[in-house]
Design a protein around this ligand. Structure first.
Ligand SMILES: C[S@@+](CC[C@H](N)C(=O)[O-])C[C@H]1O[C@@H](n2cnc3c(N)ncnc32)[C@H](O)[C@@H]1O
Length: 246
């Protein structure tokens, strides 16, 4: 995959690619994008403590929960096909979607997050993977949820992520995104009692809506709310849909 002029292969920190179209076997070194490596490393470090904290104090407000319920209702009305919770972390939103009657499964970059999710919800499916290159077939899911998980992707690369969302969504499938509102990059050095090093991006809802539209998705609703409790920024939640007829 060509990203910003460099080859990006997600999934392993460094892997070898064989080129079949040259006479002798040629091995190319392909190194994944540094933000992917940093994000995976950070969430591997914090996974257990992140899960423990969020199991005792859920950050979702009634308004957030209403958006998740609206998404679930839309997917159920369309026949309740599979829902991919991308960047599922410890699986709490996947489990919530399941409780709302959706056959939800989770995918996350961080093997430690996936292990934590499997332990907490052994009846649900969780796999390691990246939303930049999903191992899901075209048109295969009725819903995609990215609940605070696009926030570590540099905004310039979000078109690639939204193209993946569109690819895997079935025609008429629904999308739910949540993120912090703003227009800046934050470098994070401490989290959940650990030293980490990764970036997070606050995003403007209008910019995200425009990128979704450019990716061929329809934006149906935007929720923006004031910060609550320990939050330092407004929070946004967007509902979108893949057109039923391409
Ligand atoms: C702030 S946490 C949110 C986790 C979960 N959605 C929740 O609300 O509890 C962000 C999660 O997104 C995952 N993530 C970040 N970039 C990702 C990517 N490119 N593909 C898959 N997961 C990613 C991280 O590993 C992390 O578990």
């Amino acid at each position: 995959m060509l990203v910003d002029g460099s080859l990006l292969q997600v999934g392993s920190p460094s892997s070898k690619l064989r080129c079949p179209d040259v006479g002798a076997t040629t091995i190319l070194d392909v190194t994944e994008a540094s933000y992917i490596t940093a994000t995976r490393a950070a969430y591997d470090i914090v996974a257990v403590d992140y899960a423990r904290l969020l199991s005792t104090e859920s950050p979702e407000t009634p308004v957030d929960l209403a958006m998740i319920e609206a998404f679930a209702s839309l997917v159920r009305s369309a026949g309740a096909g599979p829902v991919a919770d991308l960047g599922c972390g410890p699986g709490r939103i996947t489990a919530h979607l399941h409780a709302l009657g959706l056959p939800a499964f989770g995918i996350d970059l961080s093997p430690a997050m996936v292990a934590t999710a499997r332990k907490a919800y052994p009846d649900l499916q969780f796999d390691v993977g990246s939303m930049t290159a999903l191992s899901l077939a075209d048109d295969s899911v009725a819903g995609v949820v990215a609940w605070y998980s696009i926030i570590h992707t540099p905004p310039a690369l979000l078109p690639m992520v939204f193209a993946e969302f569109r690819r895997v969504l079935a025609p008429g499938g629904h999308l739910l995104l949540a993120f912090q509102v703003g227009n800046e990059r934050l470098h994070i050095e401490h989290g959940y009692g650990h030293s980490v090093s990764l970036d997070a991006y606050r995003l403007l809802p209008d910019d995200i809506a425009e990128l979704l539209t450019q990716a061929g998705l329809l934006v149906q609703a935007r929720m923006i709310r004031e910060p609550q409790a320990r939050e330092k920024a407004r929070q946004a939640c967007l509902l979108g849909r893949k057109p039923a007829v391409p």
